[in-house]
Design a protein around this ligand. Structure first.
Ligand code: BES
Ligand code: MN
Length: 453
């Protein structure tokens, strides 16, 4: 006999202390897939995830890679006639950034005021643990087949993902996929994410001189590369702050109102600093392009001599709208940069990573199952459909490979999670609801979906 809703809720609640302890242990592993970091830690984190999946009752667990960082695949076949659900998360995390801005050690999970602080506490180690919590809740009575896929280089552009999915295509086939790597609209207000922007990150290098020269002897007639780079970067937006690069897709967003005051507070925007761009806020952050400068290579201010800088480089990030194409967008960016180079400066534009945007069809039995599960987990508050401005390249790749599968993008983040920033954290009470929701979702999918033929 299948477990009832209240039995499942009680079981999840009973498992939460163990889930929390295992989440703490994952947060202690600094697995960062970026080039200059110690990838032995990414291996360690993959191994820790593999152990969790085995202990959660998946008979077939392995660590796989295709030239990049290790992913973990864990499987348990479907009971006769039942559908299969793929559960996605990623185990790599972003670099910590400015360590002095962290109130506590980023890799020592610390609880304060109902939140768990640490790099990856929300993005996305809690996503992994939500899957593990659901598996633990069912134990031997899992009513669906399960494939857990935990990627190891999501934060570094998922370069080997396509290859990995092709290599393991038949093992990954599923009727429904649950991507626990997004977030909710607010504390107490669950959401399903139905569109994500894509991303195109590139480097812009500007050269004006073949060596540095005395700024007093040549300044006034010779352009330095850093000033040239600044002028070039300034052409990326118009005076209103809208993206000025031609040829990027823009579309309309869901009819949801993002109150400006709430948005400003969530962003931590300083008083007196204006927002940029025009149009509805949700369009600016979900369904239109955005361009930001993420870093610059130039002399440090404390060490800069009185010399004209011969070469300077910026990392430029373009978030592209759902419906746009990363290759086309990169071309649009490169063309704009080449056309706008000031003073004949030599510029080169190179691609770092890209990832496709996506739009998700949000109706059908899997969505009915999800909305019912979320409504129950949040005591009657039905989930809203949201877009997000961030990117999960896995989704478009998966949509291409398995066009029939229903995709549900869920997650643990809330407006205060500060993913990618200092003091990232997880709201622990909401996390428990996410675990309950996923558990009820699997039960609903077993009841409401036909099995794969
Ligand atoms: N979890 C995020 C995606 C996300 C961001 C969801 C904001 C909801 C709100 C994901 O881990 C992420 O940050 N992805 C990278 C992808 C990139 C490296 C290709 C991103 O968006 O920067
Ligand atoms: Mn993530």
């Amino acid at each position: 006999m299948s477990l009832t809703e209240s039995q499942l809720r009680a079981t999840v609640a009973a498992h939460m202390p163990g889930v929390r302890a295992d989440l703490d242990n994952l947060v202690r592993i600094p697995g960062i897939a970026f080039e200059s970091f110690d990838h032995a830690e990414v291996d360690r984190s993959a191994e820790a995830v593999a152990v969790l999946l085995r202990e959660a009752g998946l008979p077939d667990v392995k660590i796989v890679r295709a030239g990049g960082q290790p992913a973990v695949i864990g499987r348990r076949p479907a009971p006769e006639g039942a559908p299969t659900v793929l559960l996605y998360a990623h185990h790599d995390v972003q670099p910590v950034g400015d360590r002095t801005a962290w109130l506590t050690d980023p890799f020592e999970p610390t609880e304060r005021d109902g939140r768990l602080y640490g790099r990856g506490a929300a993005d996305d180690k809690a996503g992994i643990m939500a899957h593990v919590a659901a598996l633990r809740a069912f134990g031997d009575e899992l009513p669906v087949g399960v494939v857990v896929f935990v990627e190891g280089e999501e934060e570094f552009g998922s370069d080997s993902l396509e290859e990995l999915l092709l290599l393991h295509r038949s093992e990954l086939a599923a009727d429904v996929i649950v991507i626990a790597d997004s977030g909710n609209w607010d504390i107490g207000q669950p959401a399903l994410t139905t569109s994500l922007r894509g991303i195109v990150n590139g480097f812009v290098e500007v050269r004006t001189l073949d060596h540095a020269v005395h700024s007093g002897m040549f300044g006034g007639a010779v352009p330095d590369a850093l000033t040239a780079l600044c002028r070039l970067l300034a052409t990326l937006h118009d005076d209103a702050g809208d993206v000025a690069v031609e040829g990027l897709v823009r579309r309309e967003a869901a009819p949801l109102d993002y109150p400006v005051d709430r948005f400003r507070t969530e962003a931590g925007l300083l008083d007196g600093v204006s927002l940029i761009g025009t149009g509805r806020l949700v369009e600016r952050v979900w369904t239109r392009p955005a361009i930001s400068v993420l870093g610059v290579d130039a002399p440090r201010t404390t060490e800069a001599p009185n010399a004209l800088v011969p070469v300077a480089k910026a990392k430029v990030s373009v978030r592209i709208a759902p419906g746009d194409d990363p290759k086309k967008a990169f071309l649009a960016l490169a063309t704009h940069i080449e056309r706008n180079a000031p003073w004949g400066a030599r510029v080169t534009v190179t691609l770092e990573h890209d990832g496709a945007p996506c739009v998700i069809e949000s109706s059908g039995p899997a969505y009915d199952a999800a909305r019912a599960a979320f409504g129950a987990a949040w005591d009657g508050v039905v989930p809203v459909d949201i877009g997000v401005g961030g990117s999960i390249p896995f989704i478009a790749t998966f949509q291409d490979l398995f066009p029939e599968a229903a995709i549900l993008v869920t997650g643990v983040e809330d407006p205060d999670s500060r993913a990618h920033g200092p003091n990232e954290s997880l709201h622990l009470a909401e996390f428990e609801r996410v675990c309950i929701a996923e558990t009820l979702l699997l039960a609903n999918v077993a009841r409401m979906l036909p099995s794969r033929g």
